[in-house]
Write a new protein. Structure first.
Length: 286
């Protein structure tokens, strides 16, 4: 019965693993719903900001606002990479890091001096492993990001861009489309490129003035872009982890069915052998 005992031990081990993966799946499902609500709440505000900036934008105003400065040649750029603190989410973090590597390689091939800013332990651990210098990092409070967190990440970069120390700022993160679709995404947040105006230009009465409004809206627009990237990245991670843990739970169930079937066969074979030995021994005594 050695084989039967071995199978029984494996069955117990797989059952324990399935309990863990099922629990993680339920936790990720709960967190994904809250993260998805934050994504849905952030998008309308971003849409309105884009429409207002697009309506107010003019070449004359662009010359007076540093965040609208379009450099003729990009010499220095900052890349903000958003990853998760944890794994067990399939290829979620790997896809983001691959997107970041491609962006860094492209910028370096164009002779752009790049500085790297990383959010999340997975990204920080990877770049330390490959020996890439990291200008700043953040690993706390990324599962429930706020606008204040986004401001801490990007305000310094905005000031440096306005002063001319940077020519471009990029954000690499996951784009949340659904629980099953969280592709990596690169967005250039600086310089601000107003969305294309659709339809005729609306007639506004501006108070106090377009200059005063843009002075407040442009930094809010950049902070909101980073905030949306943070909440979409978190929602994408929870969706990817839920999918990975569901697949692991389903695989564990399939493995249990095979192991239990093999155990029952081994047990039946052992019983049959014992019956045959008893029958053979009884026949020998006659």
């Amino acid at each position: 019965m050695a084989k039967g005992r071995e199978l029984k031990g494996r069955i117990k081990s797989v059952e324990n693993t399935r309990k863990i993966t099922r629990t993680l799946e339920m936790v990720a499902t709960s967190k994904m719903k809250r993260a998805q609500d934050r994504v849905m709440a952030a998008r309308p505000y971003a849409t309105v900001l884009s429409e207002v900036i697009s309506s107010l934008y003019s070449p004359e105003l662009a010359e007076r606002f540093p965040l609208l400065r379009q450099p003729a040649l990009v010499r220095r750029a900052a890349v903000l990479v958003l990853t998760a603190n944890r794994g067990l989410a399939g290829a979620f973090n790997s896809n983001i890091l691959r997107e970041a590597r491609n962006l860094l390689a492209r910028l370096q091939s164009e002779n752009v001096e790049v500085e790297l800013h990383v959010v999340g332990r997975k990204g920080l651990g990877y770049f330390r492993y490959v020996g890439r210098a990291v200008a700043s990092s953040r690993t706390e409070n990324i599962d429930r990001p706020t606008v204040a967190d986004a401001a801490e990440l990007v305000d310094g970069l905005m000031d440096r861009f306005a002063a001319g120390a940077l020519d471009a700022v990029y954000v690499v993160s996951a784009k949340f489309r659904s629980a099953l679709s969280t592709p990596p995404h690169t967005e250039q947040i600086l310089p601000v490129k107003p969305p294309e105006r659709k339809g005729p230009s609306p007639d506004y009465l501006l108070f106090p003035s377009a200059d005063a409004i843009l002075t407040e809206l442009l930094p809010a627009y950049v902070r909101n872009a980073v905030y949306r990237a943070l909440v979409e990245n978190e929602a994408g991670f929870q969706g990817a982890q839920r999918t990975a843990m569901k697949n692991a739970t389903d695989n564990a169930t399939d493995m249990l069915n095979v192991l239990k079937r093999n155990y029952n066969r081994a047990r039946q074979a052992n019983i049959t052998q014992e019956i045959s030995e008893i029958v053979g021994g009884a026949a020998a005594l006659e």
